[in-house]
Ligand binder design. Sequence first.
Ligand code: S3P
Length: 190
Amino acid sequence: CSPKRGKEGREMITRDTPIFLVGYMGSGKSTIGRRLADRMEREFIDTDIFIERRFHESVANMFTSVGEEAFRRREAVVIEELSGFPNAVIATGGGLPCHHGNMELMNQCGVTVFLQVSLDVLAQRIELCKRTRPTVRHLSGAALEEHIRQAMEVRLPIYQQAQYSIPCDDICTPKDEIRVAEEIALLLDH
Ligand code: S3P
């Protein structure tokens, strides 16, 4: 994109403006992202899946084959490419906004929405889906909670740079997903 949007650029959202969802693992970026893309008639893109297709390898494997630093560089390349993508809702990997100035790029090129979830709810959700998440799959119980707490200490100030924040603790059913997607769509559609 040609970076020109700031917080005051909210009112300039057009079809060409990508919508980026940010937040920790388990915050609902992919689930809500799909619903939002349906609601707004946009394409849904998940950066983890995009990277896996591009590099023909799972994210979990990349952490062992090329290492986290190389994965973060891949994320940076991909988010720069996607920032010029029209008509998209983009769910970003949990660590993506926190490296290589990616949060700044997303704020300049698109509209950013932070899906905000409390630590205990994150821990409950991640316990159920940690197998494919290399940074947490070896952890459980108190150790998992402590890992999330420490990660969020670093990440929260970055996620909070998003232009919008949506509380996402109470998403249990498809009806809840649709309600939250509708809430975001109305916020952005004004
Ligand atoms: C990560 C989050 C994951 C994935 C990778 C690292 C992180 O994405 O990018 O496992 O550092 O928080 P999700 O947030 O989509 O699970």
